[in-house]
Design a protein around this ligand. Structure first.
Ligand code: NAD
Length: 281
């Protein structure tokens, strides 16, 4: 069984991106820029943003963080986004979620120009992805997709089961697998027999938020299993897949931590560079 090393894959991707940034710098005499807006002082958000900033700087991107207290008015944030939309030095804009209750998340997402939407949450990018057009793709499913392709470059005709239908993970994951000509089943909390669905799958992507939901006897021999879940339990952080049980059947499996997680930030950097490249055409 292959334990898919997300840390290594992310380090390799960052190395490729660093090289690409250096080539873009020579060609255009400027580098892609990522601006993150951070509202409030939630500890996990502070950590994510610090890691994003560090990784962006490491690959040679211009990186800025704009901080607001959690009392900031929605209008102030929307005006800042408009300013960044017309700033040529900014290739990508990310507003760190979650937002304080008085700020409308959807309004904020839609204020970001689709060409700078490095999270891939703008309805225009969601629509482009589902129509098979070029778009920014949400970072976590993009990371899952790259890990799957490393194990199995030709996915055509494979049966994939995505567990969870969130806009953040399950739905875009489904679109990426469809684009690769997989036959995709998307399952969720109302699915009647999740085990039976999973047992059909050559590829399972679990993005649910329930510790160790996917058990060993749910997984067909030689399936590729990608675990997006991050769940705090008494045993520490575990995924949505029972690692020990599933590792007896699967061909390849991502650990938690150290699987999908490290790819997410690397894909954010990739999205920023891709936004920059599209803006130069
Ligand atoms: P979400 O809560 O938005 O969606 C969960 C989905 O799971 C829903 O579509 C729901 O229908 C489905 N679901 C709930 N109970 C189910 C059940 N019993 N059987 C089948 N489906 C069920 O969650 P999300 O934002 O997609 O996040 C999912 C997990 O991924 C969480 O643990 C989150 O922390 C983690 N996550 C990890 C990363 C990363 O970088 N690795 C990024 C984002 C989220």
């Amino acid at each position: 069984m292959i334990v898919i090393d997300g840390k290594k894959a992310a380090a390799e991707l960052r190395q490729e991106l660093k090289q690409e940034v250096s080539e873009l710098k020579s060609k255009y005499n400027k580098v892609p820029g990522l601006t993150v807006i951070l509202i409030g002082d939630l500890a996990p958000s502070q950590i994510y943003v610090r890691n994003k900033e560090k990784s962006a700087t490491e690959v040679g991107l211009k990186s800025d963080v704009i901080r607001y207290p959690d009392t900031v008015e929605e209008k102030t944030v929307l005006e800042k986004i408009q300013e960044l939309n017309s700033d040529e030095t900014v290739s990508g804009i990310l507003v760190q979620l979650p937002l304080p209750k008085h700020i409308d998340k959807q309004k904020v997402i839609e204020a970001i120009h689709p060409s700078k939407d490095v999270d891939g949450f703008h309805p225009m990018n969601v629509g482009n992805l589902s129509s098979g057009y070029e778009s920014s793709v949400p970072c976590t499913p993009l990371g899952c997709y790259l890990l799957i392709k490393k194990i199995e470059p030709n996915l055509s005709g494979k049966k994939a089961v995505v567990v969870g239908r969130s806009n953040l993970n399950g739905k875009p994951m489904t679109q990426l697998l469809l684009k690769e000509n997989c036959t995709v089943t998307i399952t969720h909390s109302r699915t009647k027999d999740l085990k039976a669905e999973c047992l059909e799958a050559d590829i399972i992507v679990a993005a649910v938020g329930i510790p160790e939901l996917v058990r060993g006897d749910w997984v067909k021999k030689d399936a590729i299993v990608i675990d997006v879940g991050i769940n705090k339990t008494d045993k520490g952080i575990v995924g949505d897949v029972h690692f020990d049980e599933v590792s007896n059947n699967a061909k390849a499996l991502t650990p938690v931590p150290g699987g999908v997680g490290p790819m997410t930030i690397a894909c954010l950097l990739k999205n920023t560079i891709d936004c920059f490249k599209r803006s130069q055409i």
